[in-house]
Design a protein around this ligand. Structure first.
Ligand code: ATP
Ligand code: MG
Length: 257
């Protein structure tokens, strides 16, 4: 018996996505697909529409028109919870952490483990949360010994970003969206994020990776979709292109950069 690799399956299919803000078109009819186990880079200059597009997938924004299919099924994502339930996990640009809450509460936001004592309402299982948080932070390579019950407000930009990533890592998602995840990170933390994307692929998961670092793109992704002023200007297999070509397409220049 010979082992055969199953054909890639379409996980996400976005078609004709349009979005305007006060009459200004941010997305001008975008088509984007992601297959199972595929890492797709979403590239483009500042304001090209990258974050706006992925917010439609993570349930934060609604398109004016267009359709979003996940595993072939039309999805009306109305909230971040709907997206999570559909197997989509997002690490937002600038990481959405809650200053008022502890490190471990931020790690479990919305999905806190609960314990139910006989005859009582379910209560937060703080002990389990702190224990799991400590293990996660260690896995993320946070050097200093962070107390999971301390406030997130006391952490540096890079530490906060590591916590946002650790949060996404612990849940079983089919699609992981990373919007500029390596901003603010040190060398080792950056390496861990890239390795996390590779590991996710090895486990059969898909990723959409937004970054301005072209070298990271060539290190991890399979395909690059390039946006310019709300339109897709190229959809390239990384193995068939060069850094120079991708840079030219991002900036829209015809002469070498
Ligand atoms: N909530 C909003 N209200 C008004 N305009 C918005 C809003 N969100 C985005 N825009 C506009 O839509 C366009 C696309 O913005 P978007 O944040 O998607 O860009 P981006 O590609 O993620 O850029 P960057 O690389 O700087 O993060 C920009 O012109 C931006 O000003
Ligand atoms: Mg953005």
């Amino acid at each position: 018996m010979t082992a055969t690799t199953p054909p890639p399956q379409r996980l996400v299919e976005m078609t004709g996505i349009r979005k305007s803000f006060g009459g200004v078109a941010a997305l001008n009819g975008i088509d984007l697909h992601v297959d199972t186990g595929e890492i797709v880079a979403l590239l483009g200059d500042n304001g090209a529409g990258k974050s706006t597009l992925i917010k439609m997938l993570s349930g934060i924004g609604r398109p004016d028109s267009g359709s979003i299919r996940i595993r072939g099924k039309e999805l009306g994502l109305r909230s971040a919870r709907d997206a999570i339930d559909a197997g989509i996990e997002t690490i937002y640009q600038g990481s959405a952490l809650v200053d008022e809450l502890s490190v471990s509460r931020n790690l479990f936001l919305g999905r806190e483990p609960q314990k139910r004592l006989l005859g009582f309402l379910p209560r937060l299982d703080k002990q389990t949360m702190d224990k799991q948080s400590k293990a996660l932070l260690k896995e993320m390579g946070l050097h200093r010994d962070v107390d999971p019950s301390s406030s997130i407000a006391k952490m540096s930009g890079g530490e906060r970003q590591s916590i946002a990533i650790a949060r996404a890592m612990q849940f079983e998602a089919d699609l992981i969206i990373l919007d500029e995840p390596t901003n603010n990170l040190g060398v080792e933390e950056t390496w861990r994020v890239l390795q996390f994307i590779r590991d996710a692929k090895a486990a059969g998961k898909s990723s959409i990776f937004i970054t301005h670092n072209i070298f990271h793109v060539f290190q991890v992704v399979d395909r690059a979709v390039i946006l310019r002023r709300g339109e897709v200007v190229a959809d390239l297999t990384i193995a068939d292109t060069t850094i120079e070509e991708v840079e030219r397409l991002i900036t829209g220049t015809t002469t070498p950069v």
